[in-house]
Design a protein around this ligand. Sequence first.
Ligand code: IPE
Length: 271
Amino acid sequence: MSELAFVKLGGSVITDKTRAETARPEVIRRLAREMASAMAADPGLGLVLGHGSGSFGHIAAQRHGTRGGVRGTDSWRGFAEVATIAARLNRTVVDAFHDAGIPVWSLQPSASAHCDGGELESMALEPVTKALKHGLVPVLYGDVALDASQGGTIISTEQIFVYLARYLEPDRIILVGTVDGVFDGDPLRDPSARQIPEISAANWASVEALLGGSHGTDVTGGMLAKVADMVDLVRQSPGLEVQVISGEQEGALRTVLERSTEVRAGTVIRW
Ligand code: IPE
């Protein structure tokens, strides 16, 4: 393997976050084509694909309060419903990537994940490592999970990536969202918000103070939580680079995966 990259397709880019259970099939298909061409350009590229839940899991999880714990019959029924809805989006993503010629293998995180107080403590590694060994692309996604102290919870794709990164030591993590990186304000509401090209030890304290919540319904903490998780990870993993890019920008995922400079995209987080 020449390089190992984890790629997350954010729920914001693969779904319409303002409309319940609405996927964006053309965007998903284009991102699949971009990944397929990067894989053709570098057959040694190892990939783990993850995706968020957007208007699928988040709306259902908020309705049932699943992130905060699962107690009682209705709450457990809600837990199962969130899992079903999250898996529905997974099927759409996996079908599109399969159709683009990518050897994807969908792995259901909640089948093996164990949390405690919302923290992901363990999940099955063997299917992921064997998939990589045999040239497959394992696919994981934000899902429900059992939790030792609160019955159940929700785990984000970032939590899954942080857990896997400890064992798999990826070279890069690429987070694909709807905005071109991390901004010093909300670029969708404030046209004067500026992109932060790099986040490192030098500016993290000031960046942390600037970041607010994200759009729509997000039970796993919005932009600040996602960036803070990645900062914790790069601090512990010298050499790891995290890139936050926009999936709306055609060619951004492909050029970032190919390390080409054709499209200058996003924010890099490195320590
Ligand atoms: C959320 O996963 C999972 C559920 C709500 C079931 P993520 O945190 O990875 O998803 P997005 O990218 O915010 O949609």
